[in-house]
Design a protein around this ligand. Structure first.
Ligand code: 5AD
Ligand code: SF4
Length: 491
């Protein structure tokens, strides 16, 4: 599972079920985080009401939307290249098509986008998607259209996203938007605004609807899920202004997780992303108490050096992080851990880098996402710190981190040899049409012969072999935990 996102930023085109009465064609593609993919599903849903069905053909699209990521410079360059491609298609094959930019780059660059990229007709920030129908009218009238207003309370709770990516088996459900942590390297607080949580009942309704449609796994999404706090709407930072009743009836992340797990005992539940400073012991106890909550925490640590963590404004030390890892291992012993690491943050010394490697050595993560530091305009780090680590050194440190992670991933997959684990079948294996591919509770990918099993089945797989990142095995029956809703051929 380990990969370096910098090398694997990929777009994905979304195509949804057609509405017969719709005549216009939408081409929508997404870059960046899971949240962006989920947002594109929300946008496709809003546009389905405006007469648009999705298409995977740029040449035939009336409207092309690209949902963008600003997290690192490379992500933005990828989007710029896509805009060049749209320009070529517009010139050669589809002169009438309109182009819109959504997401974090739209928010960061605002009107400047229209000057910099002549092809762009429409610029819409992450909180303004409900305004797209109005903005399209502006575009149709020949005017440029921009809405990048960030909201205090928009959570799209009332939009039921169309489901595209998960093959009818897995789905994303957003629970918070924005981030208040203000890590000094991160552009997200500027592009996605302040943190707000979504009404737990709208979350539960969305999940119930997914379960009724046959979905088997949901991932609760947010930049910082552990800081989820519903007290009736509004910004997280304004919680202190809430009434006594609002405070007494507020729902935190541990409670939300418990509610979802109890309401749907047969559904697998994942969540991402956790930040060390916001993760509570309560969440760990809820994880331990429910079989259907997957035993995996994505727990970025960014750097193993307390000095660098301070410069990053991470609000936890190396020691506090280690304490949390120990606590996780004590309360949820079979919990897999993954990370995000940044190599070459300003002023990072060789000793700081060694601290990162030694923390990895201590935890032995199952997988992780590893990046070189990329200065982002407007962030505190960009304003206050010189990007002083030479590119070659950043890259060398990254390579050392990636190599160590590969060792740890191999160590963790090898530990599974001879064990029998529950796997949710998601899709056909890319390498072999006779094999299924699915994931364990710990988020490890497992492949095994199809036999008579079906996508969406929960099966027990005996692990007989492995590569660095993939378990290889043989199904030995259905999972006891999910007997009732497994394939009708059961037994
Ligand atoms: N440079 C490199 N990596 C970054 N990330 C966020 N901002 C930057 C940046 N400026 C990484 C962090 C974060 C993940 C989503 O992206 O590791 O956890
Ligand atoms: Fe960015 Fe830090 Fe918020 Fe993550 S927690 S989105 S890295 S500011």
């Amino acid at each position: 599972m380990e990969k370096n996102i910098d090398e694997s930023i990929q777009g994905s085109t979304l195509v949804l079920d057609s509405k017969a009465e719709n005549t216009k064609k939408l081409f929508i593609e997404s870059y960046g985080c899971q949240m962006n993919f989920n947002d594109s599903e929300i946008v496709a849903s809003i546009l389905a009401e405006q007469g648009y069905n999705t298409t995977d053909s740029l040449e035939h699209a009336d409207l092309v939307l690209v949902n963008t990521c600003s997290i690192r410079d490379k992500a933005e360059q990828t989007v710029r290249k896509r805009l060049e491609k749209y320009q070529a298609v517009k010139r050669m094959a589809n002169p009438e098509m309109k182009v819109g930019v959504l997401g974090c780059m739209a928010e960061r660059l605002k009107e400047k986008f229209l000057e910099e990229e002549k092809i762009v007709d429409l610029v819409v920030g992450p909180d303004a998607y409900k305004d797209i129908p109005n903005l399209l009218k502006e575009v149709e009238a020949g005017r440029d259209a921009v809405n990048v207003i960030l909201s205090r309370d928009e959570t799209y709770a009332d939009v039921n996203p169309v489901r595209l990516g998960g093959g009818g088996i897995t789905a994303f459900v957003s629970i918070t938007r924005g981030c208040d942590n203000m890590c000094t390297f991160c552009v997200v607080p500027f592009t996605r605004g302040r943190e707000r949580s979504r009404d737990p009942y709208s979350i539960l309704n969305e999940i119930t609807d997914l379960v009724e449609k046959g979905y088997k796994e949901v991932t609760l999404l947010g930049q910082n899920v552990d800081s989820y706090l519903w007290y009736g709407g509004g910004l997280k930072k304004d919680f202190h202004k809430a009434s006594e009743i609002q405070k007494a009836t507020a729902v935190n992340f541990a409670q939300l997780l418990d509610m979802v797990a109890k309401a749907h005992p047969a559904l697998r539940i994942r969540f991402s992303t956790s930040n060390p400073q916001d993760m509570t012991e309560d969440v760990l106890h809820v994880m331990a108490a429910h079989k259907n909550i997957c035993k995996h925490i994505h727990l970025p640590f960014q750097s193993g050096s307390t000095r660098i963590l301070k410069a990053m404004n991470r609000q936890h030390t190396r020691e506090e992080y280690i304490e949390l890892v120990d606590k996780i291992r004590e309360i949820v012993p079979d919990c897999a851990l993954s990370h995000d690491i940044i190599a070459g943050f300003p002023t990072e010394t060789e000793e700081d880098h060694q601290d990162t490697l030694s923390l990895m050595e201590y935890v032995k993560y199952d997988f992780g996402f590893m990046f070189v530091y990329s200065e982002r305009p407007g962030t505190l780090a960009a304003r206050k710190l010189e990007d002083d680590i030479p590119e070659a050194i950043k890259k060398r440190r990254l390579q050392e981190i990636v190599a160590l992670q590969q060792q740890h991933s191999a160590y963790n997959t090898k530990r599974m040899l001879g064990k029998t684990v529950e796997v949710l079948i998601e899709k056909e294996s890319k390498k072999d049409a006779n094999e299924w591919s699915g994931r364990t509770s710990q988020n490890m990918v497992a492949v095994f012969p199809k036999e008579n099993y079906k996508a969406g089945d929960f099966v027990m797989v005996e692990i007989t072999d492995c590569t660095t990142a993939t378990l290889i095995g043989k199904a030995v029956g259905y999972s006891e935990n999910h007997k009732s809703e497994n394939s009708s051929t059961y037994g």
